[in-house]
Design a protein around this ligand. Structure first.
Ligand code: F6P
Length: 358
């Protein structure tokens, strides 16, 4: 790959890595359409970094306008995805570079979260012309205020809470709703606030015995209110003392070292504590992958379109080694090397809103 592209017709590879989410397809479509109108051509790499590490380089698919027609309305990714960590595999980056050369790619658009982008940064450091697009329903990629997939997930949680609210109040119960988000509480905060949760527990605020006592008090106090019901949103990554968790054996991890949080089941643990301490009927619902499926929201489609166009524009003017990002409503570029190894926790101001509404 050459770093100077002015006036050159580029062969651009595009891949999606990490957990899928709504918004990936609108971004892929925008990359392809913008590339075509600039006279470039695009090859889709299948299954994220696994596709690029494949020695036969067969996990690819040429993409043109007709291939991406209508995909802005579809969830997931037409390219497939995986949590493959080339930085941990012997010769992983060498294999990717060999595939790039074999495929004759001039540049890569990498659509991913912090893990996928750490591999992209590794390749860029070795000279590859890479532009990154941030995605993850967790919304915690450092350097941007907007990740593809987050808006849709927050809407899905909101709608789920609207439904949980009615059944919970009919039965005067306590509902615990576990949502995704890994180390960040963005989905819990937005879904929980929009859905009228009575308490929102996020990883940014560790749960100790004082916090549990406050939760027990809140639920007990709400018994005397009109419906007697409470709805508690729990982010899957909240830190509970191990003694309160019902863990049997080691929790499996992915190639990036992240534990499978569905195996830890903090929602169930909190529901059990509340049931035991209050004597009330508590039900736990884990929204799981429902939060990542289905059509993208309008906001995710538009963000995907803006990111896809910006990524190709960055490449064709030789500004590679960057991530396109959202700051104060504008699309900007941030150096990819600065993105890795950090994440963007929930802003502390949200915790004050939770407290004010409790
Ligand atoms: O990173 C996005 C995410 O949806 C997290 O919120 C969640 O912990 C994880 O992926 C689930 O991953 P998987 O699809 O591998 O179960």
């Amino acid at each position: 790959m050459s770093p100077t592209f002015e006036t050159k017709r580029l062969h651009i590879g595009v891949l999606t890595g990490g957990g899928d989410c709504p918004g990936l397809n609108p971004a892929i479509r925008a990359v392809v359409r913008r590339a075509e109108s600039g006279g470039h051509r695009v090859t889709g790499i299948l299954d994220g970094w696994a596709g690029l590490a494949d020695p036969a380089a067969t996990l690819t698919r040429p993409l043109d306008r007709s291939e991406v027609r209508g995909i802005q309305a579809r969830g997931g990714t037409v390219l497939g995805s995986s949590r493959t960590n080339l930085l941990k595999r012997d010769g992983g980056l060498d294999a990717a570079e060999a595939s790039i050369a074999r495929l004759g790619l001039d540049a890569l658009v990498v659509i991913g979260g912090d893990d996928t982008l750490s591999v992209a940064a590794g390749l860029a450091k070795r000279g590859a012309a890479v532009v990154a697009v941030p995605k993850t329903m967790d919304n915690d990629v450092w350097g941007t205020e907007g990740c593809l997939g987050f808006d849709t997930a927050a809407n899905i949680v909101t709608e789920a809470l609207d439904r949980i609210q009615t059944t919970t109040s009919s039965h005067h119960r306590v509902a615990v709703v576990e949502v995704m988000g890994r180390d960040a509480g963005w989905v819990a905060a937005w879904g929980g606030l929009a859905g009228g949760a009575d308490a929102i527990l996020v990883p940014e605020s560790p749960i100790d015995s004082v916090a549990i006592d406050r939760l027990v008090d809140l639920v007990t106090r709400r018994r005397s209110y009109a419906t007697g019901a409470s709805v508690i949103v729990v982010s899957e990554g909240v830190q509970l003392p191990e003694a309160l968790l019902n863990l049997s054996g080691d929790v499996p991890r992915d190639e990036f070292g992240h534990p499978r949080l569905d195996k830890i089941a903090v929602g169930d643990a909190i529901a059990a504590i509340l049931e035991e301490r209050t004597g009330l009927e508590v039900r736990c619902t884990r929204l799981g992958h429902l939060q990542r499926g289905g059509p993208p929201s309008a906001a995710d489609r538009v963000l995907g379109a803006r990111y896809g166009v910006a990524a190709v524009e960055a490449l064709e003017t030789g500004r590679w080694g960057v991530m396109v990002a959202l700051r104060a409503g504008a699309i900007v570029e941030v150096p990819l090397a600065e993105v890795g190894g950090k994440n963007r926790p929930l802003d502390a101001s949200y915790l004050r809103v939770f407290d004010a509404l409790a």
